[in-house]
Design a protein around this ligand. Structure first.
Ligand code: GYE
Length: 337
């Protein structure tokens, strides 16, 4: 799924006053709520759609905004009975949640797969039970596309390419050493953002990636990995972080080492959540590629169509933009997440 399309813009509306949590407090949201009072029932007399949603976790500001969008949209007023569970970044927890939604007999299952591989068996169980599955945010690598109805989410390869192109054009006019903070190992956005960045910088001999490790999309692991990079290398020019939170962790490590983030060591990230945008506006990050987390409205629409037996698109690409420091200053006051 290599996309060569360039910069797109889209400002989504819908959610007002979305309070953004830096790192969703602790392991909140855990456990699924079983408010099955009105199970919706397949073909029952009412229109309520029962939907089970298995979330990746609460690892980042992006995830907090994504969870809020889903919970704010799949409401009783909008005709949904939502069972939500937080897998704490563990695939086995997601498989267990999906199995329990199958056992409950929900009308639709939706989930954001923590990693790409290993879903075929549980997806086949859902298919056998006649329960449609919608993927949000992250992809699976299943060959059999009949195992899910639709995949709604950003083009992560394009995000990596956008970051790489900006670096190549704006920073790599002279030789630069890059360290990379990768997302969760095996997750679609980690695989694709790495590939896109490498692809976009491959024709520029000034770009050298001298180290690359996972920081698991969290601020604390981003900080720890960056501390290791700083100990191992005294010639780092740029951090490319697969999300804002790891970039924010890197800022802490860089400052603790007595260096100035955004100047001594430049930083490029992906997401454009509020804390990242603030650091960009403050000059501590140099460029951010947006990844829109507000997937609730698209999920609601597709879920309604699937339950009504209507055709849906197999792939719905959410469009993103990107921000320089000046653009962040401008955008920040009206940013939703
Ligand atoms: O970029 C990161 C989150 O899957 C797009 O997951 C999502 C990524 C997002 O942890 O912050």
């Amino acid at each position: 799924m290599f996309s060569t399309k360039k910069a797109r813009t889209r400002l989504t509306g819908v959610l007002a006053g979305a309070a953004v949590f830096a790192l969703a407090a602790c392991s909140s949201g855990g456990g699924s709520d079983d408010d099955t009072a009105d199970a919706g029932g397949n073909g029952g007399g009412d229109d309520v759609i029962s939907i089970g949603f298995s979330q990746v976790g609460a690892e980042s500001g992006w995830r907090a905004a994504n969870t809020k969008s889903i919970q704010d949209t799949l409401t009783a007023e909008n005709g949904f009975d939502l069972s939500f569970s937080d897998a704490q970044q563990k695939q086995e927890n997601q498989i267990q949640a999906i199995r329990s939604y199958i056992a409950q007999g929900v009308d639709v299952i939706a989930f954001s797969p923590v990693v790409e591989s290993g879903w075929d068996a549980v997806l086949e169980e859902a298919k056998d039970a006649g329960i449609p599955v919608i993927l949000t945010d992250r992809a699976v690598d299943s060959e059999d596309e009949s195992l899910y109805e639709s995949f709604i989410g950003s083009d992560f390869v394009l995000e990596g390419e956008t970051a790489g192109e900006w670096v190549s054009e704006n920073l790599a006019t002279e030789p630069i050493n890059v360290v990379e903070l990768q997302g969760t190992t095996g997750a679609a956005p980690a695989i694709d953002r790495k590939a896109g960045f490498e692809e976009a910088t491959s024709d520029n001999p000034n770009v050298t990636i001298i180290d690359s490790q996972t920081g698991n999309f969290t601020r604390s692991e981003g900080k720890t990995v960056m501390e290791g990079f700083l100990q191992a290398h005294d010639d780092i020019d740029l951090v490319y972080a697969h999300n804002d939170d790891m970039g924010l962790g890197a800022i802490e490590a860089i400052e603790a080492a007595g260096l100035v983030p955004g100047e001594d060591i430049k930083i490029v990230t992906v997401d454009a959540v509020k804390d990242g945008m603030q650091a960009l506006a403050d000059g501590k990050i140099n460029f951010i590629v947006e990844c829109n987390p507000l997937l609730g409205p698209d999920l609601a629409e597709i879920a309604k169509k699937v339950v009504a037996g209507e055709e849906v698109e197999k792939r719905i690409v959410v469009e993103d933009q990107s921000f320089t420091q000046e653009q962040a200053v401008e955008a920040l006051p009206t940013r939703e997440y």
